[in-house]
Design a protein around this ligand. Sequence first.
Ligand SMILES: [Zn+2]
Length: 48
Amino acid sequence: MAKDLVCGMDVDPATATHKTEYQGQTYYFCCPACKRSFEANPAQYLKG
Ligand SMILES: [Zn+2]
């Protein structure tokens, strides 16, 4: 399972429809809102 770094939910990469690429890595999200939040400020979520 991948983790939605915005809200902390587990996301199945096989069925995830909300995903983005950042610095060569693919990140998965539970919903468009989480994806937008991540894209607005990836560094904030990546540093944990
Ligand atoms: Zn989420």
